[in-house]
Design a protein around this ligand. Structure first.
Ligand SMILES: C[S@@+](CC[C@H](N)C(=O)[O-])C[C@H]1O[C@@H](n2cnc3c(N)ncnc32)[C@H](O)[C@@H]1O
Length: 168
């Protein structure tokens, strides 16, 4: 499911705060949020975007011919466990891996001061049975962490903006 325009606009704005930023999107889909993110990036910023669906990623690739974007067609679980490159300034986690799964591995890839963004945190019509409880538990887990500061927005599909902070 493509992110809505509010999410896109917010991503673009936050990305614009990161000069020469390194951005990670987990869940490219057909590239809607990718296009907003790219629009907020300066010329020296780079985006890595990961999806396991080659058909969707091809749509994104065709519509976004931009040398600043690295399209990675891979399983997000495997990619997160294997990645050993530079950390990121902003992560938009829009797939199960990076959000409900492998969160520790994902937040480890974020720089202190970096943004971790998720949407679809308010009840959605397409949520399968049991997902509401999963979302509630995930939000509680985020709220209890000492290494992030977060704001929950009762806006759009329910966006959470978290910033990684240093812990002693
Ligand atoms: C919510 S959609 C992403 C929407 C996209 N960010 C947008 O704004 O248009 C979730 C995406 O995660 C991808 N996905 C699901 N499981 C995955 C996995 N294990 N590894 C990588 N991508 C996965 C799906 O193919 C789908 O494109």
């Amino acid at each position: 499911m493509a992110s809505d325009l509010y999410t896109g606009s917010l991503l673009k704005t936050l990305v614009a705060s990161k000069l020469s930023g390194r951005i990670l999107e987990l869940g490219t889909g057909s590239g809607l949020a990718t296009s907003w993110i790219t629009d907020g990036m300066d010329k020296d910023s780079k985006l890595v975007t990961v999806d396991n669906n080659a058909l969707l990623m091809d749509v994104a690739k065709q519509n976004l011919p931009d040398a600043r974007i690295q399209f990675v067609c891979a399983d997000g679980y495997e990619w997160l466990l294997k990645y050993n490159g530079e950390p990121f300034d902003l992560i938009f986690a829009d797939a199960m891996p990076g959000k409900y799964d492998l969160f520790e591995e994902t937040i480890a890839l974020l720089k202190v001061g970096g943004f971790y963004i998720i949407d679809d945190m308010l009840p959605q019509n397409n949520w399968p049975e049991g997902h509401a409880a999963k979302a509630k538990a995930f939000i509680e887990a985020l709220e209890n962490r000492k290494d992030i500061m977060l704001t929950k927005l009762n806006w759009s599909t329910g966006i959470i903006i978290a910033v990684k902070i240093a812990v002693d």
